[in-house]
Design a protein. Structure first.
Length: 276
């Protein structure tokens, strides 16, 4: 029996490769999360910009607590089972009236986690709408093998290499709007992307990329993980500490090391590196 998801939501995930919305945090909790995040941005602007938005849960307790929240883990357990490792996070922030977008891609293409017994959780910290660049999914595309991607390194593309699945039938796309505190879960092979923020409001999303089952191995490079739930009988990965406070020097040093490893994975085989 599912813990958090309904039977219909589990069926939707298996059929479509994603499920949303999943109610996680109350409106008041979502406001508190956003307030804490934006206060940290004001205090430590350089530490939460560009590539430093990767693995910010290692330096901000508010994001660490989200990553380990039992309500999110309940939903994840309904997809990948009771033994859960968390293997990285990214803040995806689109400022008002900006051109930044995310091209059609599959998460599994460059992350190097195999087999694909893992899932990405995407939490809305602000309202997430079509106007401010919510995600779009191609339902059922997770059932096909990984597609070839083209590295575009586009100026406005928020992905590391501007990696793009060409010739996507956008008529099949489904938008995924979310309210603050709501979550989506998506499969590593689903083709998805998002448009620019043409609104007057920030769009703030926090991607937990990814929650993995302990049998999953990192076949490109090496990553850090945290035990989120259950047990790890495999020991494939190095174990990461949790933050000791807000932007503590030791935590920042560790985050930077983790991001260096992540960069090596994302750009493996590439001719050059992008901004992220």
């Amino acid at each position: 029996m599912p813990i958090k998801l309904t039977a219909a939501q589990q069926t939707a995930y298996e059929r479509d490769g994603f499920v949303a919305p999943i109610d996680i945090f109350s409106a008041d909790e979502a406001v508190a999360i956003r307030t804490a995040l934006e206060e940290a941005e004001r205090r430590f602007p350089e530490e939460l910009a560009g590539p430093n938005r990767n693995n910010a849960h290692y330096v901000l307790p508010v994001l660490d607590e989200i990553t380990h929240d039992s309500r999110i883990l309940d939903a994840v357990q309904d997809v990948i089972g009771p033994d859960i490792l968390t293997a990285g996070t990214t803040l995806f922030i689109k400022e008002p009236e900006t051109k930044g977008f995310i091209s059609w891609h599959q998460d599994a293409r460059y992350i190097g986690l195999e087999p694909h017994d893992w899932v990405t959780g995407w939490l809305a910290i602000s309202d997430v709408t079509e106007d401010n660049g919510c995600m779009r999914m191609i339902p059922g595309s997770h059932k096909a093998p990984l597609a070839e991607h083209v590295d575009t390194y586009g100026d406005d593309n928020l992905l590391t290499r501007g990696q793009t699945v060409p010739d996507v039938d956008e008529d099949q796309a489904v938008t995924v709007p979310l309210k603050p505190g709501q979550l989506s879960l998506h499969h590593p092979r689903i083709v998805h992307g998002s448009g620019p923020n043409i609104s007057g409001e920030r769009r703030i999303g926090f991607a937990m990329q990814s929650y993995i089952a302990p049998n999953v191995e990192q076949v490109i490079g090496r990553i850090w993980v945290q035990q989120a739930r259950g047990t790890d009988r495999f020991g494939h990965h190095d174990v990461a500490p949790r933050p000791t406070g807000t932007m503590q020097p030791g935590d920042i040093k560790f985050r930077d090391e983790a991001n260096d490893r992540l960069s090596e994975i994302f750009y493996a085989g590439a001719n050059r590196k992008g901004r992220y």
